[in-house]
Design a protein around this ligand. Structure first.
Ligand SMILES: [Zn+2]
Length: 96
C-alpha cells in the first residue's frame, strides 16, 4: 500500500499575506481584511526598507498589475466563500 501526504489550505485558513524581501528576509505581514491595492502597489514600488534592494517590479507594467490584482482577488474570494457549501482548497508543498 502506498500513502501520499497531501497538504491543503482552505481559504478561510489564510489570515494574512506577508511581503518579504528575498535578499534579507525583512517582512511585513498584512491581515487579509486590511489588504488594499494601493498598499500592495506601494510595497512593490518601494525598495526594501531594510536593505534597499529593489523589488524588480516596474510600476504600470502587466507584472505589477498582476501582483496588485492578485492581492485584491485574494481578499475578495475569501470574502465570497464565507458561508458557502463549497470549498476552494489550495494544494501546497508539504514540509518534511
Ligand atoms: Zn531587504
Amino acid at each position: 500500500m502506498t500513502f501520499e501526504k497531501k497538504c491543503l489550505i482552505e481559504l478561510s485558513d489564510i489570515l494574512a499575506v506577508q511581503y518579504q524581501c528575498a535578499k534579507c528576509r525583512a517582512a511585513v505581514s498584512i491581515p487579509i481584511d486590511k489588504l488594499n491595492p494601493e498598499y500592495a502597489a506601494a510595497r512593490i514600488i518601494r525598495e526594501c526598507p531594510h536593505c534597499q534592494t529593489s523589488s524588480g517590479f516596474v510600476p504600470g507594467t502587466n507584472e505589477s498589475r498582476a501582483f496588485v490584482d492578485f492581492n485584491v482577488a485574494l481578499k475578495n474570494v475569501i470574502g465570497v466563500m464565507e458561508g458557502r457549501n463549497f470549498k476552494l482548497l489550495l494544494d501546497i508543498k508539504c514540509s518534511e
